[in-house]
Design a protein around this ligand. Structure first.
Ligand SMILES: [Zn+2]
Length: 278
């Protein structure tokens, strides 16, 4: 009996080890990985995409993965391919466990014209969305890091990332950024350097600026009173890009700050989080 118990324990332990999590993330996380790999040409695949990475001469690879807001909770595989100088490719499969975000519910009440759209408004909303979507795939010079150390504006978080939105009682897409309430006219700065990809007055987002930081990372700043940059400008980190406003669909002055990483909707707050080591 004792022997069987021991055997069972050993089997259970083996099973646990085989399914040990290598990496963990919550929906909306920016996952930063540092890992030692053999030298060669390295690629990292996850969620059907190839993610950016930096290789150092010491063999340490630093990589980033964007875990979209709606990623299926559970196990996902993360595949490294290393092609050595002789052209031989080695693969390493690791596990990434994604857990569901604890997102809250957010109700807002707005004018009917900001909740129920006619043909013209729909046309404009779709054009606005396309303009932003196109910016998410723009090619911009890569910045050395994706770590953020300061918020774009001083204020109070009024709607967190991922909140399930109800507009005039009707369910809408989850909140893909964070809202920071601040007095109208408060300066908004970009936390990372980058190229201005979009400056536009949008129907729902109001005055909007999109900045590409390279490596597929794009920040979107919405509801601005005004923008002080123009498309094509290169903006250094911490430089002013506009002022807090309440343009578009807004119940009060606030900054909506969203981040896309290789098109995945990322929680800007996760850009402040320390890296996971392997
Ligand atoms: Zn928002």
């Amino acid at each position: 009996m004792m022997k069987q118990m021991l055997l069972l324990t050993a089997l259970l332990m083996a099973a646990t080890a085989a399914h040990a999590d290598t990496y963990r993330a919550v929906q909306g996380d920016l996952l930063t990985i540092e890992r030692v790999l053999p030298s060669g040409s390295i690629t990292l695949h996850c969620f059907g995409k190839s993610w950016p990475l930096i290789q150092s001469k010491t063999g340490v690879v630093k990589a980033w993965i964007g875990v979209d807001l709606k990623t299926r909770p559970g196990s996902h595989s993360l595949k490294w391919s290393v092609k050595n100088a002789k052209g031989k490719t080695e693969q390493f499969i690791e596990n990434l466990t994604v857990t569901e975000g604890e997102f809250r519910i957010s109700h807002i009440t707005v004018d009917k014209k900001m909740a129920v759209f006619g043909k013209e408004e729909l046309k404009r909303i779709r054009a606005d969305q396309k303009m932003l979507k196109d910016s998410y795939v723009a090619n911009v010079t890569a910045q050395p890091d994706l770590q953020i150390s300061r918020m774009p504006v001083k204020g109070i978080m009024s709607t967190p990332f991922g909140a399930q939105r109800y507009v005039n009682g009707e369910p809408r897409s989850p909140h893909s950024g964070i809202d920071i309430a601040a007095p109208e006219g408060t300066p908004v700065t970009t936390p990372l350097a980058g190229r201005v990809l979009v400056v536009s007055e949008m129907y729902l987002n109001g005055n909007t600026v999109a900045i590409g930081h390279g490596r597929g990372v794009v920040s979107v700043f919405s509801h601005l009173k005004s923008a002080s940059v123009k498309e094509g400008d290169w903006i250094e980190a911490s430089a002013e890009i506009g002022e807090v406003g309440k343009t578009g669909r807004a119940t009060g002055p606030h900054l909506h700050w969203g981040i896309r990483f290789m098109q995945a909707r990322i929680n800007p707050e996760s850009m402040f989080i320390k890296k996971q080591r392997h």
